[in-house]
Design a protein around this ligand. Structure first.
Ligand code: SF4
Ligand code: FES
Length: 276
C-alpha cells in the first residue's frame, strides 16, 4: 500500500536497568488504515527490536494495548494513526501504574482491586446450582439493560490511569472495580448486595472517595461510563444505609432436562469439517 506520510513516534522508553525514562524518536511511513500498534511493530522490526509493548487480540477486546498518545488514552490496536491528525505522536505508558518496561504497565493493582469487590454472582438460596447446573436464571431485557453497558469493560486499565483520585490515593478501588461492584449489585440473579461487597463503601478506598471528575469515562475506550456507574453506586449505598432500598427483585429460574432429546424442530448441528 502507498505511503500517505511520515509520522514521528516519540516513545517514552524506560528500562529498569538504567532507571530514568527517556524519549526516543522513530520515523514511521504511514499507510491508510495503519494503527498505532502497527506503527509500534514497524519500529520494532525496522528501527529497534528492544522496544517493548503489550498486545494480544489486535481487535479491541483483550485490553492489553491501552496506552496514552498525545495525552489521550487509546487502545493502540483500534486507533488509526491518520485519524489522530498529527505528524508527531507522543506515546506513553498508562499513568498510575508501575512501569515494567517501555510501554508495559504492571496491571496487578487493577486485577487485585477487581477481585476485591467479588465480581461474580453471589447465590445464597441455591449455591449447589453453581457446581452442578440444572437450568438457567431468567431475566427480562429491561433488567439486563440496568447493567449491560458495564459488562463491556475489557479491563484495559485506562480509567485508573486517568483518575486523579487514584494518583493521590493508591488504596482507592478506582473506577473499574467500583463499576463492577455496581454491575453485580443491580443484577437480579445476584443475591449478594452492598453488604457482601462492603469494601465499596470503605471510607479510604470506597466509592465516596470519587469526586466525579469524569476523567475515567472520557478515557474508557469501550464507552463503559464508569463515572456514571460510581454515582449510581453511591445512590444504592445511600438508599441501603437509610433503609430506603426496596427489596431486590429476584430472577426466576427455569429447570432444564439436559438428558431430554432435542425437540423435533430444533436446528441441526453443522456437519463436521474435520474427520473424527
Ligand atoms: S471501565 Fe473502560 S477504561 Fe476502565 S478498565 Fe474497563 S474498559 Fe478499560
Ligand atoms: S491488542 Fe487486544 S485490545 Fe488491543
Amino acid at each position: 500500500m502507498e505511503k500517505v506520510k511520515d509520522v514521528v513516534f516519540r516513545v517514552l522508553r524506560y528500562s529498569p536497568e538504567t532507571g530514568s525514562p527517556r524519549w526516543a524518536e522513530y520515523k514511521v511511513p504511514v499507510v491508510k488504515g495503519m494503527t498505532v500498534l502497527e506503527g509500534l511493530f514497524y519500529i520494532k522490526e525496522n528501527h529497534d527490536p528492544t522496544l517493548v509493548f503489550r498486545a494480544s487480540c489486535r481487535m479491541g477486546v483483550c485490553g492489553s494495548c491501552a496506552m496514552k498518545v498525545n495525552g489521550k488514552h487509546i487502545l493502540a490496536c483500534q486507533t488509526q494513526i491518520l485519524k489522530l491528525n498529527s505528524d508527531v505522536l507522543n506515546v506513553e505508558p498508562l499513568n498510575n501504574y508501575r512501569v515494567i518496561r517501555d510501554l508495559v504497565p504492571d496491571l496487578t493493582p487493577l486485577f487485585q482491586k477487581h477481585a476485591t469487590v467479588k465480581p461474580y454472582i453471589i447465590r445464597y438460596s441455591d449455591p449447589e446450582e453453581f457446581n452442578d447446573p440444572t437450568g438457567e436464571y431468567l431475566q427480562s431485557p429491561k433488567e439486563l439493560e440496568e447493567f449491560l453497558q458495564f459488562t463491556y469493560c475489557i479491563k484495559c486499565g485506562a480509567c485508573l490511569s486517568a483518575c486523579p483520585v487514584v494518583s493521590g490515593n493508591e488504596d482507592f478501588l478506582g473506577p473499574q472495580a467500583l463499576t463492577q461492584a455496581y454491575r453485580y449489585a443491580v443484577d437480579t440473579r445476584d443475591e449478594g448486595y452492598i453488604v457482601d461487597r462492603e469494601v465499596v463503601s470503605d471510607i479510604v478506598s470506597g466509592v465516596f472517595r470519587c469526586h466525579f471528575v469524569g476523567a475515567c469515562s472520557e478515557a474508557c475506550p469501550k464507552g463503559v461510563d464508569p463515572g456514571m456507574a460510581l454515582q449510581l453506586l453511591k445512590k444504592e449505598i445511600f438508599l441501603y444505609t437509610f433503609g430506603l432500598k426496596r427489596e431486590k427483585k429476584k430472577a426466576g429460574f427455569h429447570r432444564i432436562d439436559f438428558n431430554a432429546p432435542p425437540p423435533p424442530d430444533a436446528p441441526k448441528p453443522p456437519p463436521r469439517t474435520v474427520e473424527g
